[in-house]
Design a protein around this ligand. Structure first.
Ligand SMILES: Nc1ncnc2c1ncn2[C@@H]1O[C@H](COP(=O)(O)OP(=O)(O)O)[C@@H](O)[C@H]1O
Ligand SMILES: [Mg+2]
Length: 330
């Protein structure tokens, strides 16, 4: 098969790992940076939409034909909006199998929308309150059970944008400063794990948990366990119930492949913290688990299923034609 990785980083550990896994299974692997794709929407009603690669600025953009791509693996981090438009074009306008949906990636990139979707799917998230014009800050704090609490930027990542709040003055000053700058924050109950900051990252691929890792902050005074901030990780086995929670949370955001962050409080209750579309690859190194081969297998399965569905549709329309012909003969 011909598999395209949609990524701005051809040399990242993620891209390299996916290429190696694909080549091992004899697939032709290519990396395309979505930033250089030209998306053509035609005026024809029967499918003449096109995509062109304009990476080389000296030559005219080169058409990418349907025969050039069987499946697309999205690794879109920066430039998310345009990356998702390109992914949309490949998935819906050209009908190519993709491992993630563009709306799934956009849902996951917004911590408020994703929490709303996860909670609507009846999965526990930390108590969270959000306001457009937060005049009643003390009331907001009461709703989430008081201090200590967490303030969170909707689009933060790698722990940046997560602010622990311990005093009333600090809370009011923080929230007022951000709101004044027109940066919306959500206010969230701080989950007490009973130890150093600790959370769990589960890698979900094709709606299955492939591996889970517990992350612990090395810094006693930091509430964030992100590896990018110096946290350490170790492989763990999730219970069936927690696996189910992670899969449902990813699916609630319209993703079948995601990195799902969960936390367990000191009573063992599970909370979904967030869903990541562009999950990191350090988990491979830490857990010694290959998370790319399952992604390639998902492509193989998805392409096969899409082909079968198209054939069924074809035979269905052939059946309709046959029925029509028969009715004319009668
Ligand atoms: N409600 C919370 N209670 C306690 N710790 C939290 C809470 N939310 C986040 N954290 C800690 O902060 C880290 C980063 O938060 P997260 O929402 O995953 O944002 P990011 O996208 O920056 O990773 C989490 O991995 C966890 O360690
Ligand atoms: Mg996180």
């Amino acid at each position: 098969m011909k598999i395209v990785i949609l990524s701005a980083s051809p040399n990242s550990s993620a891209t390299k790992s996916i290429i190696a896994a694909g080549e091992k299974r004899k697939h032709e692997m290519t990396v395309l940076d979505p930033a250089y794709l030209y998306l053509l929407i035609s005026d024809a009603v029967n499918g003449y939409d096109r995509v062109y690669d304009g990476y080389n600025k000296t030559y005219k953009p080169e058409r990418i034909k349907l025969t050039d791509i069987d499946a697309v693996i999205s690794r879109i981090g920066s430039n998310l909006q345009y990356g998702c438009s390109a992914l949309h074009h490949l998935k819906y306008n050209l009908g190519i199998f993709t491992t993630q949906s563009p709306h799934g990636l956009l849902n996951a990139a917004d911590k408020l929308i994703s929490l709303q979707k996860i909670s609507a799917a009846k999965i526990r998230v930390p108590k969270t309150v959000m306001a457009n014009d937060p005049v009643h800050l003390n009331w907001m704090l009461e709703q989430i059970g008081g201090l200590p609490a967490i303030a969170k930027m909707l689009q933060g990542s790698q722990g940046i944008g997560v602010i622990p709040l311990y005093s009333e003055n600090q809370t009011i000053a923080t929230l007022q400063s951000f709101y004044k700058q027109k940066v919306n924050l959500l206010l969230q109950q701080m989950i007490d794990t009973g130890t150093n900051a600790k959370d769990i990252r589960a890698i979900v691929i094709d709606s299955k948990v492939v591996v889970a890792m517990e992350r612990t902050s090395e810094n006693k005074n930091d509430v964030r366990a992100n590896l990018s901030l110096g946290g350490s990780g170790k492989k763990i086995q999730l219970s069936k119930e927690d696996e189910e929670i992670c899969i449902k949370a990813a699916n609630a955001c319209s993703l079948t492949c995601a990195g799902v962050d969960i936390m367990k409080d000191k009573d063992g209750k599970t909370f979904v913290i967030e869903v990541n579309g562009n999950y990191g690859y350090k988990v491979e190194e830490i857990t010694k688990t290959d998370i790319s081969t399952p992604l390639i297998e998902y492509c193989e399965k998805g392409v096969k299923e899409d082909k079968k569905a198209t054939e069924n549709n074809k035979s269905y329309s052939n059946q309709i034609l046959l029925d029509m012909a028969n009715s004319l003969l009668m």
